[in-house]
Design a protein around this ligand. Structure first.
Ligand SMILES: Nc1ncnc2c1ncn2[C@@H]1O[C@H](COP(=O)(O)OP(=O)(O)O)[C@@H](O)[C@H]1O
Ligand SMILES: [Mg+2]
Length: 386
């Protein structure tokens, strides 16, 4: 064999090895695709029915769609998951048929309202429970409790978790006996809907005026709550069956103009670049005496348990001047945007966004056995009954 021939056969061998390798790789990726975990991402699209001016919580609703896109991108990145985006319009018969046809391994539930009504957010997980489909996040009882601030309060008080004194007003003339200053909040909303500088009141006349406006705007009672003038912390909780406390985050109010109350208003949460947004900067792992930090973590995890939140959630805490952490809010479906506080807290302990999304899917899927167990139990019981 001359030198040229030898080179040619070497080249042919190398090419053959290469195509074998490519074939094996293609087979592997085909196998992975077949085994991929199929996730249906459900999200509400009711924000498209309204205009920003006509909907008091438009921005917070519209954010859900971009979160759905982020979740999809994060899940499919490693090739071990496939994801389908399913906008939920409110036609449950159609949704049910679609889910039955697709039969996903798991539902990523991002639905926070239906037809612009946050109270309907518990309907979807109820349907999923009936279908026996595992889904991410909290079950209906926790979601519906969290939507009613007075119910959350009752559960916190029952569990011995410190929460500011509060009274529910069905009408602006109802009596209340709460020391000033107070904050007037819509009782059936979240995402700081209805929270502005006017929410903090120092006398009865302004409470009555604010209560009247908020009851009128949200068609629901208001909560008049003692205003805790102190530092604010967001506590992210993650895990199933045991949730752990992620690193604390504080809201730094120092850039807020002096004439504004130190609160996280609707504009602060949703209007990027607004005065309130610029004046409420999140700080991860703030300076705190260890004993106080431990107390904050403790009340947050007690609150998480008391409300029955599952997989993930965020508890808002205000620290009074005597060092008592008060729970002001428990959020089972906190904002899951990659740049929001929850993802930031997870990232600070080495859980990046795709890993966080995979974890949430894993928690949901770990409940498959419970669901099958419940189904079998139901069938067995109905058999006995007959
Ligand atoms: N009792 C309170 N004392 C001081 N600030 C409060 C109190 N309640 C609410 N706030 C402020 O208002 C914000 C929104 O209220 P919150 O109860 O968390 O409602 P939402 O469910 O809309 O987030 C809080 O992040 C906090 O800044
Ligand atoms: Mg809150």
């Amino acid at each position: 064999m001359d030198e040229a021939q030898a080179k040619r056969s070497q080249l042919e061998e190398a090419q053959a090895r290469r195509s074998q390798l490519e074939e094996a790789q293609a087979k592997r990726s085909q196998r992975r695709k077949l085994q991929a975990i199929d996730v249906a991402i459900l999200y509400n699209v009711d924000f498209t029915d309204a205009t920003p001016a006509g909907d008091t919580a438009y921005e917070s609703r519209a954010t859900v769609q971009s979160v759905a896109f982020d979740v999809e991108a994060a899940l499919i990145a490693d090739g071990a998951h496939t994801a389908t985006l399913i906008p939920v319009e409110g036609d449950f018969a159609e949704l049910r048929a679609r889910l039955e046809a697709q039969s996903p391994a798991c539902v990523f539930n991002l639905c926070e309202s239906l037809g612009g009504d946050a109270r309907l957010e518990t309907v979807l997980p109820t349907v999923l429970d009936l279908m026996g489909l595992p889904y991410t996040g909290s079950p209906p009882p926790a979601l519906s409790a969290a939507l009613y601030k007075d119910r959350v309060k009752a559960r916190l008080i029952e569990a011995g978790v410190p929460t500011p004194r509060g009274v529910l007003l069905h009408s602006a003339d109802d009596p209340f006996d709460v020391p000033y200053p107070v904050i007037v909040k819509p009782s059936r909303e979240d995402g700081s809907a209805g929270i502005t500088a006017k929410s903090v009141c120092h006398d009865e006349a302004s409470v009555r005026a604010r209560a009247f406006d908020v009851i009128d705007a949200f068609k629901a009672p208001v909560l008049v709550e003692q205003f805790i003038d102190g530092r604010e912390f967001n506590v992210a909780m993650l895990g199933y069956p045991q949730a752990r406390v992620l690193p604390l985050q504080e809201i730094d109010f120092s850039a807020l103009p002096d004439d504004r109350p130190k609160i996280v208003s609707y504009d602060a949460k949703w209007l990027t670049g607004s005065i309130d947004d610029l004046g409420t900067q999140p700080v991860i792992m703030p300076q705190l005496p260890p004993a106080i930090a431990a107390r904050i973590r403790r009340v947050a995890s007690d609150a998480f348990r008391a409300v029955g939140v599952r997989d993930y959630g965020r508890v808002d805490v205000r620290l009074s001047s005597n060092g008592t952490p008060y729970v002001v809010d428990v959020n089972p479906n906190c904002d899951l945007s990659p740049d929001a506080g929850f993802a930031r807290a997870a990232n600070s302990v080495g859980i990046d966004y795709p890993a966080l999304m995979r974890l949430l899917v894993r928690y949901a899927r770990s409940r498959r056995k419970e669901i099958v167990g419940t189904r079998e139990a139901r069938t067995a019981t109905s058999g006995r009954d007959r």
